[in-house]
Design a protein around this ligand. Structure first.
Ligand code: FPP
Length: 249
């Protein structure tokens, strides 16, 4: 699977990368193709990016494939995206499983066709013991919806108000057990969060590129990781260098 050595400093490799795969429609439009051709090219690229993620040694990847707002798209595009999810499971599952990828779904399954719901649940069950890469597929996912559901479940469980904490809320989210994303990549240049991992992204670093998703290649992925490696993450505190200077007068 490896085609070139990874020169990035290991301690600076993010544990969790999340991607807003934007720009499929414009990629297609710029070639005079229907929007679905853009989503198909985006799916091909996703396959390459998953492979690169394994090669870079990143253990968690989350991809935004269908938002709770995407139902507002033309019915044939919505149907096309449903079919893509089905095809990805049908065609790629055994290869992903062989490569040690654990599939997880984040979002609401209810509105999907029962046969697709079953496929997703089977894929999650089949790969649940894999440990090389955890791939969260955000499909019919919305960050606010996730938080609302968490609050409802906390109340239903009868948790006393004083026991509600940051860490406890995390356990009620779809991403329970998954570290928060260190790096979020958004393609096609939009400067928006778009309801993606809004709780989990509190201290994530962002890499935003004008490149349309189908053209986001391994070289640019590496550039995103290199940019990340140079960031000084302070999590609301001060950098180590500044702290040392302060300590040493
Ligand atoms: C945003 O581009 C992209 C999406 C809403 C769908 C992303 C889906 C894939 C890349 C396919 C992989 C899917 C699965 C289920 C694994 P856009 O259509 O909003 O682009 P535009 O802003 O240029 O119109």
């Amino acid at each position: 699977m490896t085609d070139q050595p990874v020169a990035l400093p290991l301690e600076k490799i993010p544990q969790h990368v999340a991607i807003i795969m934007d720009g499929n429609g414009r990629w297609a439009l710029s070639r005079g193709l229907p929007r679905l051709a853009g989503h198909k090219a985006g799916t091909e690229n996703l396959r390459r990016v998953i492979r690169s993620t394994v090669e870079f040694g990143i253990p968690y990847l989350t991809i935004y494939a269908f938002s709770t707002e995407n139902w507002g798209r033309p019915p044939e595009e919505v149907q096309g995206l449903m079919r893509i999810l089905e095809d990805v499971i049908d065609r790629e599952l055994s290869e992903l499983d062989k490569e040690g990828v654990q599939l997880r779904h984040i979002g609401r399954l209810e509105r999907l066709a029962p046969s697709l719901q079953e496929k997703v649940l089977d894929a999650v069950d089949m790969t649940k013991h894999n440990t090389r890469l955890t791939l969260n597929i955000a499909f019919n996912y919305g960050g606010r919806d996730e938080i609302v559901q968490a609050i409802q479940r906390i109340i239903r469980d009868g948790v006393p108000a004083e026991d509600v904490s940051d860490e406890m809320v995390g356990r009620y989210l779809y991403t329970a057990g998954v570290p928060d994303p260190d790096l979020i990549i958004r393609t096609s240049g939009e400067l928006r969060v778009s309801n993606f991992l809004i709780w989990q992204a509190a201290y994530s670093e962002w890499y935003i590129t004008p490149t349309y998703w189908p053209d986001f290649d391994k070289e640019e992925y590496r550039r995103a990781l290199e940019t990340f490696a140079q960031r000084d993450r302070r999590f609301g505190g001060i950098s180590e260098a500044v702290a040392n200077r302060a300590r040493n007068g």
